[in-house]
Design a protein around this ligand. Structure first.
Ligand code: GRF
Length: 195
């Protein structure tokens, strides 16, 4: 059985990190076993740190505030991921702009809480809620040099009703994220041939 190694990057609450670990870590699928070889966090106080520990994985903390430039931070990030042996990196609520140095060295996917290419950036949930669109949703895409602009891999949508409060809307987004991201990772890795 092939072992597919992944790295997970996060910055905050870590609910997606938790779902990924629950669903994927050391689980065997038809064509592979997935092993989360490292989790990396850029914020020393992130709640997700304890979640990672509860799965027996001590997160690697790389505090971005200690670096003089984005590139300097990304160089250490890239080195850490390469050393872990991960063939795919999953950005699960990793709130950093990444430089071309990162995208040129690391194959990564990102979770974004809108139907891309709509509502790129960090205010996606609010902008999507406030918009006149009658549907909303989430996307998983490859990470490229353009912010939230890489090739879309998977999306999931729902109907936005006028009676929906912002809290209900946000909860719906997160519920979809918690299933789509692990499913997408499985779909990508659980192939006879994966490159
Ligand atoms: C998610 O909504 C994700 O789409 C966005 O940041 C949030 C992370 O939540 N990029 P969590 O830390 O996984 O709970």
């Amino acid at each position: 059985m092939v072992i597919r190694k992944i790295a997970i990057l996060f910055s905050g609450t870590g609910s997606n990190l938790e779902k990924l670990l629950e669903t994927l870590h050391r689980k065997t699928f038809e064509h592979c076993t997935i092993d989360v070889v490292c989790t990396i966090c850029n914020r020393p106080n992130a709640q997700g740190i304890e979640k990672s520990r509860s799965f027996g994985i001590e997160p690697i903390i790389i505090d971005h505030t200690l670096f003089e430039s984005r590139e300097a931070f990304d160089k250490i990030l890239v080195k850490t991921i390469l050393q872990s042996g991960a063939e795919l990196t999953v950005l699960a609520g990793f709130m950093r702009f990444l430089t071309p140095y990162f995208t040129q060295h690391i194959k990564a996917i990102n979770l974004h809480p809108s139907l891309l290419p709509l509502f790129k950036g960090s205010n996606a949930i609010k902008e999507s809620y406030d918009s006149t669109l009658k549907v909303a949703g989430i996307s998983v895409h490859y990470v490229s040099e353009e912010l939230d602009g890489g090739e879309i891999i998977a999306q999931r949508s729902f109907e936005k009703t006028s009676s929906m409060s912002f809290e209900e809307f946000e909860a719906k987004i997160h519920a979809l994220e918690h299933t789509l991201l692990p499913e997408t990772v499985i779909n990508l890795l659980n192939r006879r041939e994966y490159e």
